[in-house]
Structures are given as structure tokens and as C-alpha cells.
Ligand binder design. Structure first.
Ligand SMILES: *[C@@H]1O[C@H](CO)[C@@H](O)[C@H](O)[C@H]1NC(C)=O
Ligand SMILES: *[C@@H]1O[C@H](CO)[C@@H](O)[C@H](O)[C@H]1NC(C)=O
Ligand SMILES: *[C@@H]1O[C@H](CO)[C@@H](O)[C@H](O)[C@H]1NC(C)=O
Length: 311
């Protein structure tokens, strides 16, 4: 960035920081900061885009040509509108992320040191069995519990960038309020949706039901911006890649879910697609900005997943 751009950028950071709420939990403020950081990272990327675009465009073209030449089945389906973002995506380090992996590594009792060394920022996925040990969420979470939690904090239903209802079935779930107030009859038919909570009241209450995963050491910054994904549908999220710029953990609170992970184009010659089923108590650590991912709720169970990002 040039000098004047940098100045404008920094003064915007200061203004936005000053506008953050001063009351409320520190962790919830961290959530707001995270939102800010994402906005700024995006902005910074836009400013730097020209070089990245050409490099990645070249890689992508090479990748697509190679794919066309050597493969005829199972094409990666980009959701419409994401191709531009895909072009701007930074290429992954295939050797640290997935070279040689034929299944998702599983650990039952991993130390923070080991997690940091092998998984936290390498892009390598990891399933931690019994990762949610001691979380009260397992005994309490249900559709009704989550609805009531939000009803106690009606501003959590507000529109804006904080709420993102993912509704692959494109049914009548126009808002989070609609999604959490479906009729009994509607809930017997398939549905699946997700959203990110940045409401301070909801955030503070949620802290009574889950903790930071035990294997995230003090080096790892962890804002409490929780994602919820709930639903009963067999096919949940379609194959897609995210653009949040940070890895995530996804804790299965109820129900069973299958994750399909597909390496990005630049890694396809050295990495395989992976598949893993997760059960209540499991935490899947995955960088959804590097792996294309799709999920399926298994056997029509009612699935509740709580997730967050870290940096
Ligand atoms: C990619 O990852 C490997 C293995 O972790 C590492 O040795 C290498 O330096 C990384 N390459 C880049 C360009 O970061
Ligand atoms: C999960 O971890 C807790 C605490 O270490 C332990 O008491 C419990 O037996 C474990 N459960 C399973 C299914 O491994
Ligand atoms: C889920 O359904 C499949 C196929 O119908 C069956 O083989 C499997 O045992 C079921 N699993 C559970 C946990 O119910």
C-alpha cells in the first residue's frame, strides 16, 4: 500500500475501534474486533489484488487444464458468484496441508503444543474425539433452547452483516427469526441453516454452555464469535469454500454429520478428497478457506454444530 492509502487505512481502523461497545464481556468485544479485522483484511486484499489475481489466475488455469486433461468425473462445483473470490484466493501450501493424507487424522487427547505444531495453521484437518468433554451444551441444546436463547435477546435477530442464514433448500427461511420460529409441521420436513452470532447477550449466555477447546493454547487468539449450524436435512451444505481467512473448529453437539473435504485445485495432483463422519462430542478442525467442503446430516438425526474461528 502506498503511504496515503496506509494513513487512510489506519485512521479507519482507529475510528472503527473507537466505535466498538465498551461495556459487555471482553470476549464479546473480541468478536466485534474480529468482524472488524475481517473487513480490514478484505480491504487490504482488494488494494493488493492485481499481482495476486494474475498469479492465481495462471495457477487456476493450469489447474483447470490439467484437470480437464486427466479427469472426466466429479467436477468441483463452484457456487455461482464465488469464482471471482476463488481467483483472488491465496494458493495453499499443499505439502503442509494435505500431501499424503488419505483420511482425516484423529486424536483423542491432544496437547496444545502438538496441536499448534501439527495442525493449527498448517491447513491439515484434525478430528478430536471427545473434544467437547465437560461442555454443558450437550445436555441443553435443542431447537427450542436455541430459539428461546435468541428470544431473550431480540436484537440478535437484527439484519446486517452479523447474521448469515445459510439455507441451501431455498425455502421460506428469509430471516433468522423465521428460521427459529418454524411450525412443528415445517420442522418435520428437511431444513438446514447456519448463522454467526455476534450478539453480546447471546454470546455471554453461551459461555455457560461451552468452552474454548482445551487444545487451543494461549498462543492462539480465539474470539467468541460462534457459528451455529442446525438442521435435519440429509444434504446440508453444498460443496463450497469460505473466505473468512482463518481456520475453524466445528463441534458436533447433537446428531451425526458427514464432512466431505476436497482439496483446492492447486493441490489436486498431490492430495486426495477426504471424508469423515462426526458424532456428538467430536470437534473437527478444518480450514474452510482452503478446503472445499460439503456436509450431510446422517440418518435424519437432528444436527447441532457449534463452531468458531481462531487466529
Ligand atoms: C510449505 O510447507 C512445508 C512443510 O510444512 C514447508 O517446509 C514449506 O516451507 C512451506 N512452503 C511455503 C512456501 O510456505
Ligand atoms: C471424555 O473425556 C472425559 C474427561 O477426560 C472422560 O471422563 C470421558 O470418559 C471421555 N469420554 C469418552 C467417550 O471417551
Ligand atoms: C444409518 O443408516 C445407514 C443406512 O441406512 C445404516 O447402515 C447405519 O447403521 C445407520 N447408522 C446409525 C447410527 O443409525
Amino acid at each position: 500500500m502506498s503511504g496515503s492509502n496506509t494513513e487512510a487505512f489506519c485512521s479507519e481502523v482507529e475510528q472503527l475501534l473507537a466505535s466498538l461497545p465498551k461495556d459487555g464481556g471482553l470476549i464479546c468485544q473480541a468478536a466485534a474486533r474480529q468482524m472488524l479485522a475481517e473487513k480490514l483484511v478484505r480491504k487490504q486484499r482488494n488494494l493488493q489484488m492485481p499481482i495476486g489475481v494474475w498469479t492465481v489466475l495462471a495457477l487456476l488455469t493450469a489447474g483447470l487444464l490439467a484437470r480437464a486433461a486427466y479427469r472426466s468425473s466429479s467436477p468441483t462445483c463452484l457456487l455461482s458468484g464465488t469464482w471471482l473470490q476463488e481467483i483472488a484466493r491465496q494458493p495453499s501450501n499443499c505439502s503442509s496441508m494435505c500431501a499424503g493424507l488419505t483420511s482425516v487424522p484423529v486424536e483423542t487427547d491432544i496437547s496444545p503444543e502438538r496441536f499448534l505444531q501439527l495442525y493449527a495453521y498448517t491447513g491439515r484437518p484434525l478430528l478430536v474425539r471427545n473434544g467437547t468433554r465437560g461442555w454443558r451444551a450437550h445436555q441443553h441444546f435443542s431447537y427450542e433452547f436455541i430459539r428461546d436463547l435468541h428470544d431473550r435477546h431480540p436484537s440478535a435477530y437484527g439484519h446486517g452483516p452479523n447474521i448469515k442464514v445459510i439455507d441451501p433448500f431455498n425455502v421460506e427461511l428469509a430471516t433468522l427469526h423465521d428460521a427459529l420460529h418454524m411450525s412443528e409441521e415445517r420442522r418435520r420436513r428437511p431444513f438446514y441453516f447456519g448463522w454467526k452470532n455476534l450478539n453480546r447477550g447471546v454470546c455471554l449466555e453461551l459461555m455457560n454452555y461451552h468452552e474454548r477447546p482445551y487444545y487451543l493454547g494461549p498462543e492462539i487468539e480465539h474470539p467468541a464469535a460462534d457459528w451455529f449450524y442446525i438442521g435435519s436435512a440429509s444434504r446440508a451444505a453444498l460443496l463450497h469454500i469460505d473466505f473468512f481467512y482463518r481456520p475453524s473448529w466445528q463441534a458436533q453437539i447433537a446428531g451425526r454429520k458427514r464432512w466431505i473435504l476436497q482439496p483446492p485445485v492447486e493441490c489436486e495432483s498431490v492430495c486426495s478428497p477426504l471424508q469423515v463422519d462426526i458424532e456428538p462430542g467430536d470437534i473437527l478442525n478444518v480450514d474452510p478457506n482452503q478446503w472445499y467442503h460439503a456436509t450431510y446430516v446422517l440418518n435424519e438425526t437432528f444436527s447441532i454444530t457449534l463452531g468458531s474461528e481462531f487466529m
